[in-house]
Design a protein around this ligand. Structure first.
Ligand SMILES: *Cc1c(COP(=O)(O)O)cnc(C)c1O
Length: 363
């Protein structure tokens, strides 16, 4: 335990609502930790604060050998609910594989989620909420001079109470035509630090110009829609909903997959995953065929997009469409246990961490 750790650390940029109207105030007092040494993961349980003692030449610090996830837990009476933990584990495993990081198995991952979510103080500081965002992080931890995979790794899960207020105003996106988020055959489908560092600069360039984030096009030709900031994007048209198809470098959002399933099964909507040319968006808009545009992500849920600006042309549409509101309510309703879960997406803490399945495991 690090005696210098603060009781909780306020994340300055999250100290108020962000442009996406997402409320975080800081990390909870305890984090889960495990270490990988001599070829196996060993759980070390909960420690106070959010600090690790780590060599600054570690591959995870110096050379980007790190991956993360973003999932959440929901308090429901005396129980805790988790949304699609198998999917988050699967994506974490794929990210680990891409970055040569040893994969924590399902049991370790699930017991870590339960462990970090159980203490009541995790849900109370810096503010009280029934939703706790969980941020698993894995990184190579022994020092190197050259960029090669680490031998040792650390795995932590941070927790932060959060709320997801609906953004009635919608987000305003700027279509980036010079910089790219990720390249074909690159690492865009992995949740790794390397995909975020290079978006700071293009975001800085649009700061103060009335935009909330970037609409990324494919980096090679700047023609096809990819992602909105760090969320997936959907366009509601006259003839159904279109969304960029997963192409190997788009981040395969779990909210994206869930929303597609809900739209198809509960809203009887036609959802087409395909390449979407920016010119197609302009034409659809010109012909008055766009009803709404929205983004999806674990932290934001479902939020409307108010406008997309391309070459100084601002395309805009209605924000508060019934579809967005109902879709969002349906998703959050299932996630919080208030609506029936027909898909087996929600697991209770007692089912997820049934200790009979962990016999002999150090948790
Ligand atoms: C995490 C993330 C998303 C959203 O994925 P969810 O599983 O829905 O949270 C979308 N794009 C990027 C770049 C991301 O990092």
């Amino acid at each position: 335990m690090n005696s210098q750790s603060p009781q909780f650390s306020v994340i300055p940029q999250f100290a108020s609502k962000t442009s996406e109207n997402l409320s975080f105030a800081g990390w909870s007092p305890l984090m889960y930790t495990a270490s990988y040494r001599n070829g196996s993961w060993v759980s070390k349980g909960l420690v106070k604060g959010t600090r690790l003692a780590i060599d600054v030449s570690a591959s995870g610090v110096q050379f980007g050998q790190s991956v993360f996830e973003g999932c959440f837990a929901v308090k429901r009476g005396a129980d805790i609910l988790f949304f699609r933990p198998d999917q988050y584990h699967q994506r974490l495993s794929a990210s680990c594989k891409r970055l040569c990081i040893p994969i924590p198995d399902k049991q370790l991952f699930y017991s870590a989620l339960c462990s970090v979510s159980r203490p009541s103080e995790q849900w109370q500081l810096p503010f009280e909420s029934d939703f706790v965002y969980l941020r698993p992080i894995l990184l190579g931890s022994n020092g190197h001079i050259v960029p090669i995979p680490s031998d040792d790794y650390e795995f932590v899960i941070l927790a932060a109470p959060f709320t997801r207020p609906y953004n009635h105003v919608g987000v305003n996106l700027y279509v980036e035509q010079d910089y790219g988020r990720t390249a074909a055959n690159g690492m865009g489908a992995a949740k790794t630090a390397a995909n975020y560092a290079h978006i700071y600069y293009p975001n800085r360039l649009i700061k103060g110009k009335g935009f909330d984030g970037i609409l990324w096009l494919d980096a090679a030709s700047h023609t096809f829609l990819e992602e909105a900031n760090i969320a997936n994007i959907f366009i509601e048209t006259d003839s159904g909903i279109i969304t960029p198809a997963l192409n190997g470098h788009l981040l395969p959002g779990i909210t994206r997959a869930s929303v597609i399933e809900l739209l198809r099964k509960e809203f009887a909507t036609n959802v087409i995953e395909k390449s979407i040319d920016m010119n197609e968006l302009i034409t659809l808009h010109g012909n008055g065929k766009i009803h709404s545009v929205f983004i999806t992500g674990t932290a934001v849920g479902v939020q409307p997009v108010a406008s997309v600006t391309y070459d100084k042309k601002r395309l805009s549409w209605t924000v508060d469409t019934p579809l967005i509101m109902q879709l969002r309510e349906r998703l959050i309703g299932i996630q919080s246990g208030n609506l029936p879960d027909r898909y087996g997406w929600v697991t209770t803490e007692s089912d997820l961490c049934d200790y009979r399945q962990f016999e002999g495991l150090d948790v």
